[in-house]
Design a binder for this molecule. Sequence first.
Ligand SMILES: Nc1ncnc2c1ncn2[C@@H]1O[C@H](COP(=O)(O)OP(=O)(O)OP(=O)(O)O)[C@@H](O)[C@H]1O
Ligand SMILES: [Mg+2]
Length: 285
Amino acid sequence: MFKVQDLRFTYPKNKEETIQGISFDIPKGTIFGFLGPSGAGKSTTQKILVKLLDHYQGEITYDGKSLKELKDDFYEEIGVCFEMPISFSKLTGLENLQFFANLYKNQVDVEPLLKRMGLWEDRNKLVSEYSKGMKIRLNFIRALINQPKMLFLDEPTNGLDPMNARILKDMIKEFKEAGGTVFITSHIMSDIDELCDEVAFIANGVIVAKDSPRQLKIDHGQKKVIVETRLNAHLEKHVFDFNELSSPRFIELCQSQTIETIHSMETTLEDIFIKVTGVKLHDHD
Ligand SMILES: Nc1ncnc2c1ncn2[C@@H]1O[C@H](COP(=O)(O)OP(=O)(O)OP(=O)(O)O)[C@@H](O)[C@H]1O
Ligand SMILES: [Mg+2]
């Protein structure tokens, strides 16, 4: 669906390139996660992909056609959630959706979307009276209003409570199951792990790791098991390689009935993030 080759971008006022030559493909019907520290260039990349920033170098194609040559009907095919929700605060939630729907040829019925996102009751309330999470949910519905083939989601679950985040993630999965393609950024690694077919980590303007979440966890994890045993007041830790799990030492331990906990030492996307980008996660609320 999208093919990005050696993308480079410098903001007009800056000297240094924000994006320093990145390449990736997003196959049709997949979810691509774009991760990296704050200021790494995730939102910038999304803005380039949706044609809001055009002075880039490199080659980007959408559905086989050069992005630079695409006309406004490109916008008929995509849905975008920006980092900051955009809506008219002096209009109601419903009026906002109607306004944006009128910009497109294709329009969906908003009632089921408003109901699913828990905004139906508040549809006639002014957006200025919406809470942060309500604005975020409205923003997500807006991205779906033209029945897009591709969604761009910049931190879509940031600021949502767990229940609403669950609904939104389920809707992203359903969008993919129906054949849609998704580009998503998030600082919530568990969301990325759950949703994405492939992820890329960007740091200092370049992609430092790219693979499926599962493969990344296998490549960066340790094939080890950690066992904690307790004999009276004595707590002990034992570490075994996977290939030692049939050893007499491990079997004896299992039979000793002193085991309190047993865990494989698989890694998490969060640990991989810190390892490959070389920074600690920021505390996004
Ligand atoms: N309009 C702009 N003009 C100049 N520099 C900008 C502009 N927008 C962003 N930048 C710079 O580009 C870099 C990348 O910003 P970007 O918003 O893409 O980061 P991000 O990866 O989305 O970060 P976050 O996780 O905080 O959202 C930062 O150094 C930022 O200061
Ligand atoms: Mg951003």
